[in-house]
Design a protein around this ligand. Sequence first.
Ligand SMILES: Cc1ncc(COP(=O)(O)O)c(C=O)c1O
Length: 433
Amino acid sequence: MMENMTTGGMLEIGGVSSDKLAAACGTPLFVYDEAELERRVQDYKSCFRSELFKTEVIYASKAFVCKAMLDKLKQYGFGLDVVSGGELHLANQSDFPMEQVYFHGNNKTEDELAMALSLGCGTIVVDGIMECRRLVAMANRMEKEVGVLIRINPGIEAHTHKYIVTGDLDSKFGVTFREEEIILELIGLLRESKYTKLNGFHVHIGSQIFDLRAYDALIERMMKFIKKLKSKHMIEVRQLDFGGGFGVRYTAEDEPSSIRKVCKSIIEKCEAEIRNHELQLEKIMIEPGRSIVAEAGYTIYRVGFLKDTPNKSYLFIDGGMADNIRVALYDARYECDLANKMDREKSKKYTVAGKCCESGDILIEGAMLPQAEPGDLLVVYGTGAYGYSMASNYNRLNKPAVAFVKDGKARIVIRRESYADQMRLETNEEVNL
Ligand SMILES: Cc1ncc(COP(=O)(O)O)c(C=O)c1O
């Protein structure tokens, strides 16, 4: 966790005090420390490099995306992973270079594929045979050229501290690396069209991965696999994309490797394997999402009521599962502080609960905090990934605003939703059947 400055017991983010942010922008509020974001983007950019092959860092939009974020990534020459027409649309509206966009997803619709082709999306990551047939037919019909990666399920599953090498044939994503016939059929289909160009393979093995040996195992397996394709079938694979999933620090128990270490480890392993198998790979890609945005993000809430039960002391906040579903969804853990009482003793254990009508709307269980009062500000750390991007209007709550802060200045990059915004799609139109 980053060390934040405090002045007179008040937490500062990017040189701005949290009470000023809350007063000026309202709560709940997502706040991104822009300097920290830039440091992470810069670290990936400068460390994911090799003398042996080209490299590309592709940001996974799903972690958090908005125009301001894309403007930043553009400056650093990042690629962009999108998974829907909505993310494609945003990239296009933000003038993101379309040739650097990679379109993923297991069930892209015909409309989405047509949109990607007509916008000039550089790469489609094909997930299976049915999609491949559709893409080839559409590219031929529309006379649009596009690069293609085939998503492979490499039989390596990684999650937090463990990774397992499996023969899992049942993943929702991709084609299992053992299904050689299907892979050959996919390659054949793509080669038949002058519009679709097979560039290589994509893999993604999970999220919040701390053990870098999982990537070593993955790299070994994929290099062996492409060596086999070359020697057995004369198929030359030019690009490999190893996905994202690099772990971050949500709580003190998490000990992620630095971005530098992650990059060094992947690059060195790729170089060794390429030399070992005498391969001619042109480009290696990775797709980090959370490791760029999670720790740069904070959520500031206003404390409302407090309630003691026989076994718990509840502290209620003005947001909850609508702006952070990760806790209810997969038991995610976070740390928090009272942003306006950073110098007080943490003397009481609280259950931090949201305002949604669900008993499961608990953000943090057993948080040690100073004695809280209504009106205090609660800051939750590390909420920059899959927080805003997974936010909903559950209970018709307005989605929070998002602010970027740097050098003592703040700017709103996504404004707070209003009740009027929520009403804009309400209608009563007859349907012409
Ligand atoms: C294909 C793919 N790439 C990249 C990512 C980014 O993962 P993370 O945000 O954990 O780095 C994901 C996350 O689900 C993914 O599915």
